[in-house]
Design a protein around this ligand. Structure first.
Ligand SMILES: NC(=O)c1ccc[n+]([C@@H]2O[C@H](COP(=O)([O-])OP(=O)(O)OC[C@H]3O[C@@H](n4cnc5c(N)ncnc54)[C@H](OP(=O)(O)O)[C@@H]3O)[C@@H](O)[C@H]2O)c1
Length: 284
């Protein structure tokens, strides 16, 4: 396998460090830069076959405007930003190099890429796409090619809405003055899992979450649909007849199909591992 020089701008950060190890273990030579490192962004652009920007999106856009013109058509420019449409457009217009937007769908605490999703947005077709897909797949990643706008629309639900719901649960507990200690003694396994996810979010970089929600252009649409669903759910489940309640829930179950059973089995497995001494309560 050809060994490449891979430069990670933002390589001092969490994802940069993770991929530094990943590419190094795969036998490539990795250079990293941060704002305080001796190796500069320009050094990376001038010396590496593959240049990856792993910084917050606004910085990534500024950086690609600087390094894009320094790159040749033989090089590959990539990024790890969590939203793809803006950065991929800016990378493509900044350079003659091949461009592949990449979103690793996991965080830096992940032990292995095995079984993890990676979305790639190839912009300029080149030999690099096969190289990247083969490398990631050979280590067990599930790689999917996706249009940047489709990716961002999906992320409005997968990340934006999911994190917003967690944040609003935190706000609700705060308004009710239900502290984690107070609710612990009456938690079901499912609620405890939700509490752990709540703690997990608020233990991390709050700007990251705020950007995943606030900077996604598709969030407004997703929220409007969610808000309608919330109103419908309230209307039906609080004030509807028993028949209306049942058909409302059955319609959703029909939409989800076989996944309901899969989800039941998988969530039981997870709960039994996380809370080994407690039998999950099916009503939890
Ligand atoms: N964390 C995740 O779970 C995750 C998952 C998938 C994708 N991502 C994406 O990956 C990217 C990096 O995330 P991260 O979690 O690794 O963030 P991070 O740990 O905060 O690291 C950010 C990196 O960017 C550099 N940086 C920050 N602001 C900069 C600026 N204004 N100009 C130049 N460099 C700057 C930092 O360098 P210094 O050494 O100078 O501070 C650092 O190396 C983000 O776009 C994020 O959305 C994150």
């Amino acid at each position: 396998m050809t060994k490449y020089a891979i430069g990670i701008i933002g390589g001092t950060g969490n994802m940069g460090q993770w991929f530094n190890s990943f590419f190094t273990e795969a036998g490539h030579k990795v250079l990293i830069s941060g704002r305080q490192t001796a190796i500069t962004t320009e050094n990376i652009a001038e010396t590496c076959d593959i240049v990856i920007i792993s910084t917050p999106t606004d910085a990534a856009i500024r950086i690609c405007k600087i390094i894009g013109p320094l790159l040749s058509e033989n090089q590959l420019l990539m990024d790890f930003c969590s939203l793809k449409e803006r950065i991929v457009d800016k990378m493509a217009e900044s350079t003659r190099a091949a461009v592949i937007g990449t979103h690793p769908m996991f965080g830096p605490d992940t032990e292995s890429i095995k079984g993890r999703n990676v979305v790639i947005c190839p912009v300029k077709n080149s030999r690099w796409i096969d190289w990247l897909e083969n490398l990631l797949s050979s280590k067990g990643a599930e790689v999917t090619r996706m249009d940047p706008a489709v990716h961002d629309r999906n992320m409005a639900v997968v990340q934006g809405l999911t994190h917003l719901l967690t944040i609003c649960m935190g706000k609700t507990l705060q308004k009710l003055n239900m502290t984690p200690n107070l609710v612990n003694s009456c938690s079901t396994p499912i609620f405890k899992l939700n509490m752990d996810l709540l703690g997990r979010l608020f233990s991390q970089d709050l700007d990251l979450y705020s950007n995943l929600i606030g900077k996604n252009a598709y969030m407004k649409d997703a929220l409007e649909i969610f808000s309608n669903a919330l109103n419908e759910g309230e209307e039906c489940l609080l004030y509807g007849s028993n028949g209306e309640k049942r058909s409302y829930l059955e319609e959703i179950r029909e939409f989800l199909g076989d996944f309901c059973q899969t989800g039941f089995i998988e969530s039981n497995k997870a709960l039994n591992i996380i809370y080994p001494n407690k039998k999950p309560d099916p009503k939890g």
